[in-house]
Design a protein around this ligand. Structure first.
Ligand code: SF4
Length: 410
């Protein structure tokens, strides 16, 4: 086995600074009440909230932090004990369990507690669980909750669908004005959507750098460097960060620096990351001279439909184009396209026990990928946060066999 050597991305230091500054602002607002705070689902209408003077906090980011630090393993049972099933989203049970325990990894990372919301804002484009998650806190704290209900299994994001979502977004304005005390400004909203569009373009350029052979980044780098696109989109600071990162990546591409030394197999990761095992998995792939160069997950923060000239409708379009709420037909075509673009030799389907929404192996997709497109795949059983669901040894053996099968076929 080749010795595993991680390549450092220098820009990460800057990313840490801007994230720390963001959390500092949230902490101050939470303690002093200087600004209203909106909790928002990760693909919720953040641009509208920012334009109306809210600071935006993303509980899923907290869920991922709970997973990555593995602290959630202690907290998840506390949510089960109050009736939240082991089969529902483990971000939800991690977050609610941490609240019940009075703990948060934000203390160690930023010396702060979870910021208290003035409003809870969801979009069910990704799943029902996000609404249930916020309803828990709405009941617990008596905080207002508003949101958008998005259809699922969408093949074409056509005019009736866009109309339906646009009306719901427009209807958020009045309650949000009352909560924030700020009058809605179309110009400001348009400006924030423009900033998010720029963020999307830059983030997509970062991800696209992995289409190079060899790739200068891995999926595991992507799960780290996506943070500004998730929690700071709509802010110019996120765009500055991606400009810096792209300069570094262009340099790596020019000098043919590979994120994985000796890269000779390229894979697509379909499904949620296994947050508590990112390091172990990336070490494993390094040792196999295999790079996971593309993923549905990191691509989920690419909103190409955003248009500052038509902010409401383009936002409705962008937030309904996500893979997670699309039909099987659309998903199959999408994965095939990305595999081609990124020159992937195969797909890893992560069947995450508590996230059926992002587990796309369950309705015959792996079988169709090989039959219709000649793309081989492997399924591993795990979870985003609840590592009790992760069959680690079995997964490692399956991945080794899959990589060997691809290698022999080359
Ligand atoms: S999409 Fe999956 S991981 Fe995300 S909030 Fe919903 S159930 Fe949880």
């Amino acid at each position: 086995m080749a010795e595993a050597k991680f390549k450092k991305i220098k820009s990460k230091a800057k990313m840490k600074e801007i994230l720390a500054d963001n959390f500092k602002q949230l902490d101050e607002a939470s303690r002093t009440g200087s600004k209203p705070i909106a909790w928002c689902t990760s693909v919720g209408p953040a641009e509208l909230l920012l334009s109306m003077g809210f600071l935006v906090y993303y509980p899923e980011n907290h869920g991922a932090l709970l997973g990555a630090t593995r602290e959630c393993l202690e907290y998840i049972p506390k949510a089960h004990a109050i009736g939240y099933s082991p089969d529902i989203c483990s971000y939800l049970t991690s977050d609610v369990g941490a609240y019940l325990a009075g703990k948060t990894p934000l203390r160690a990372a930023y010396n702060m507690d979870v910021p208290k919301p003035s409003v809870l804002v969801f979009n069910t484009n990704q799943c029902r669980d996000v609404e249930e998650w916020y309803l828990y806190y709405a009941r617990e704290w008596g905080v207002p909750i508003v949101g958008v209900h998005t259809p699922r299994g969408v093949t074409d994001v056509d005019e009736p669908v866009i109309d339906y979502i646009t009306r719901q977004l427009e209807n958020l304005v009045e309650p949000l004005e009352k909560i924030s005390g700020t009058k809605f400004s179309y110009e400001k909203f348009s400006e924030v959507v423009g900033l998010s569009r720029r963020c999307t373009d830059l983030w997509w350029n970062v991800l696209s750098s992995a289409a190079n052979v060899p790739s200068p980044i891995t999926f595991f780098d992507g799960t780290v460097h996506m943070a500004p696109a998730v929690v700071l989109r709509g802010n110019a600071i996120a765009n500055d960060y991606y400009e810096t990162l792209l300069e570094e990546l262009h340099d790596l591409i020019e000098h043919k620096v590979a994120a994985v030394d000796g890269e000779n197999i390229r894979l697509y990761w379909e499904g949620m990351p296994i947050w508590g095992k990112l390091r172990d998995l990336s070490t494993f792939f390094l040792s196999q001279q295999t790079n996971v160069v593309a993923s549905t997950y990191c691509n989920s923060w690419v909103f190409k439909a955003f248009d500052a000239a038509d902010p409401f409708r383009s936002m409705a379009h962008a937030y309904t184009e996500l893979l997670v709420c699309r039909s099987e037909e659309y998903k199959e075509a999408y994965i095939e396209d990305v595999c081609k673009e990124f020159k992937c030799d195969g797909v890893i389907f992560h069947d995450a026990r508590t996230c059926p929404n992002n587990s796309n192996n369950r309705y015959g997709m792996p079988e169709r990928m090989i039959k219709n497109h000649g793309i081989p795949s492997v399924v591993i059983n795990g979870d985003l946060n609840d590592l009790r669901c992760y069959a680690e040894e079995q997964s490692r053996l399956s991945l080794e066999a899959f990589i060997e099968q691809i290698r022999q076929g080359k």
